[in-house]
Write a protein that binds this ligand. Structure first.
Ligand code: SF4
Length: 130
């Protein structure tokens, strides 16, 4: 018996037709498992699987990695940068160039005022999720 259940319910992921597999890294946590994303006929990502050739996970993925392909179609997913001029104003969509220019200018302001070491980024290889 596992966690009080009398019957196991193994995870079953339906097979989907894949035209091409793309090698990448899972971005959900700092483990950085090697993963392959399967693209369907229309080029959209339809499934994911672990890559057996990487020592970090040897083909295995946790449930987040197994379902990673679903995030590409998730509602509410950010697709454009958002910015606001004042903290009390709502965020508005902006261009990547404008967002990056504003970020660079803010970093330079901080460094000019407090010194070069006043700004740092603390992260892992999975910068986008941690
Ligand atoms: S598959 Fe799971 S353990 Fe591996 S990087 Fe993704 S979230 Fe982390």
């Amino acid at each position: 018996m596992i966690f009080g259940r009398r019957k196991r319910k193994p995870i079953s992921i339906p097979a989907k037709p894949v035209k091409e597999w793309k090698y990448t890294t899972c971005n959900y946590c700092s483990t950085g498992c090697a993963i392959e994303l399967g693209l369907g006929e229309d080029g959209r990502i339809v499934t994911s699987r672990g890559h057996a050739g990487a020592d970090v996970n040897r083909g295995k993925l946790c449930i987040k990695g197994l379902l990673e392909h679903e995030l590409f179609e998730s509602s509410g997913r950010g697709t454009v940068p958002l910015a606001r001029d004042k903290a009390h104003l709502p965020f508005q969509p902006t261009s990547w160039d404008a967002a990056l220019d504003a970020t660079a200018a803010k970093i330079k302001d901080i460094q000019a005022k407090y010194g070069r070491d006043a700004f740092a980024v603390v992260s892992t290889g999975q910068l986008l999720t941690e």
